[in-house]
Write a protein that binds this ligand. Sequence first.
Ligand SMILES: Nc1nc2c(ncn2[C@@H]2O[C@H](COP(=O)(O)OP(=O)(O)OP(=O)(O)O)[C@@H](O)[C@H]2O)c(=O)[nH]1
Length: 846
Amino acid sequence: MASQYAPRSRNVTPIPASVAASRVDSGYGSSVASGSTTDGDHLPRTILDPTHQHSDQTRQWTSHVHQLAYNQNRIALGRSVNRAVDTLKDFQRMNSKQPVNYPTVEVYEPQPSLNRTQTFADDYNNLPGPSNRPQIPRRAVTSIDLEGQQAEPLVAPKISEDFNVLKLDLKLGGHGPSALVHTLEKSSVAALLDGKINQSIKHLLALRERIEDTSSKVLVTGDVNAGKSTFCNALMRRRVLPEDQQPCTSAFCEVLDCQLNNDLEEVHAIREGVTYDRHDESSYDVYTLEQLEDLVVDNDEYHQVKVYVNDVRPLSESFLRNGVVDIALIDAPGLNTDSIKTTSVFARQEEIDVVVYVVAAENHFTLSAKEFIENAAKEKAYIFIVVNRFDNIRPKGRDKCQKAILEQIEAASPQTFREAEELVHFVSSNAVVEGQDIQKLRDFENLEQNLRSFVLEKRARSKLAPAKTYLMNLLKDIETLAFVNKEVAAAQLERIRKELDEISPAFERLTNARQEVSDDCDKTTDSVANEVYKFSRNTISKTIEHLDDRPVVPYAGILDAFGYAEATKQAMLQHVQSSVTTSEDYARQKTTEGVSSISARGILHLGDEYIQKAFRPESMFSRKRDALNKMVKIELDVTDFIDWDFASTQEKQIAGAGMSLTLATMAGSQLFGVGSWVDGLWKVGNLLGFRNAKKLILPVVLVATVGTGYYILQDLPNAVPRKLAKKIRKSLADLDYVHINADRIAQQCRKVLKFPTEDLRAAFQRGIEKQEKAVKERKQTQKDCDVADKYFGNLLRNAKQQRAAVSSLDLEPHTILEGQQEEQQQTMTELEQQQQQQQENPLFIS
Ligand SMILES: Nc1nc2c(ncn2[C@@H]2O[C@H](COP(=O)(O)OP(=O)(O)OP(=O)(O)O)[C@@H](O)[C@H]2O)c(=O)[nH]1
């Protein structure tokens, strides 16, 4: 600790009130307990007669009435703050469950020809309903997702610009906040809003604390060197705070009545991060008033000092010791000293009740001054403005200067401007020090009286107005959000109802059609397979049956008998094979028709949802072409050249042609059958007699042999096909060739038709699942919208009620004139009764 301002020990003797008056004179004129007085060198401290408005008694009455009214408003505002906190927490819960829609402005005007998604703005403007509904301008609700998609921005006036407390801060690039909102996901906007609500809850709690705090905090701020410290000193008529031409105040100096510190005049210096507790000496270092300059000039050790001073002026004049309320006069470091201090001044203004902005007349308002005033005015509504160092403006230029500064004030805080007579003062604080210029002193005392009245009599306004203004702004924002969200929910409900009206029957139709179509596909498959089976069976059977109907290959003579037989066999097998091929071709054609019929059903019921696959019939039956040659193994033998069965048939046909021929026939036809042969001879012997028969045997045998040989040779071209056909038939019959092939072809058709059938079933399943999902999603959304509709309806009503209640609070002080005491007495009694009632039952007041 630097020795020059080492904390002093606490054995400071309290200043007796009797001597305080003489001690406090620090060049501002002596302080006396009475009102207006003149003492030699010193100019009168009170030029304005304090009794010109109220008698002491009236002032007392007034004070009392104000106090009661203040308490009543304080309690009512406290309740409103609690309700607003509950409402915000509830809103936050809702936002976390279902992201709240945040309206915003649009960036461009879409051309009428542009195809665009319908947005909330369309919904809202097309909504049926009474024409007297709130006329919210056309807007885009870009964070609103009516169909699960980002809505497109539309032309809209600046509804989001209207937001005050819950306005989302998106200071990015060159875009305005609202232009950026629509580029964000709905969930991101909800998260931002959640943060904003948190901030607002925190602020409301701070406001509640401020309302409950019985003291009034007056922050004196302004640009560097504007004369803030000089102004504070002038208010106390004491040189307490250091004044310098160089920027000097580096810590917040809070000047308080030393009555709050057991009448001890001293300085409590608080380090960064430490929470001050007057009763806990470890939370601060103690210094004397004389050491103050060292503490606040170019000293970064302490960020805040509490200066307890004795203000010995009478209650009617004293600013700090006024008999109504404890006042803390906070001299802040100048704005623009450095960015950190500027920021902390900005932050500090949230916890104070009155802002006194000091500006140097010759400098006007800087940019940060304007920003500060605009910001503070949003919540405080009124800013007390001291245009200091007015003596530095030449008399000729004063009107011009006043005009220019008032114009700046009008732009930054119109409300303050409207009450400029009370709230804007052109003074020279150092005139109080010099005490030469009566006009300047009058100006300052006029300021002082207005400031006292602003802080004391209008305490309700100065201390409670910030809470009222904030609540009004917040509730207005909540109303806007509730209104927008209710409208969106209602529009969504209507849209979903329409969509469900369309989807539900389509969904039922599809579900019913699924089984029917599936059965139809099976029927088609069965019918194709059966038809193909029948056709194949007929075709192949007939081919096999008629294999030997006509010579199959040309006969080149006995010498090529074997070649002829082999070629005949191959040709026949080929013929059979062809019948199989014909059947397969037929199957291809039928299968193609079947596939088309199945696909047609898919398109009919599923439309674009059904993806038709290309069918290539040529790839059917590609592997079974040479199957027959492998299956049928037919070896040629000698019997394949002689057809005895056929010869015996022929015998019967030519029996009557002559005996020799009969014999020859008999011999030829039964050459190798001994039983038949003997039988034949017996028959012939009987016919001719034994002797004749004996003579005839040789020639007959010869004739028979020649005849037989001749016949065989003659019949060979026909016998071979017959015999081979027979053989092949038998072989194919043994193999069950006809059935196997017909069945194979039919089964192949079944197999092929199974693909489009399964595809179609899968497409149906997908379609049904999709629709089921769509119905389910919409029903869920419908449920959510229903909840939202009710929630936001209630929220809108509540916010309106709350706002009406807050708005009805009259914070304006009412001047009580002499002769009105009786009336006021009655008012006071009523107020006191109400207050007592409130204390007994805080929930209900009449
Ligand atoms: N002419 C004139 N000078 C003044 C007036 N008020 C203050 N000054 C002078 O202006 C200079 C700065 O005054 P301060 O009170 O230290 O100003 P400040 O705004 O507290 O300065 P910082 O705390 O450093 O920002 C001092 O030299 C004062 O004497 C005034 O009304 N007229």
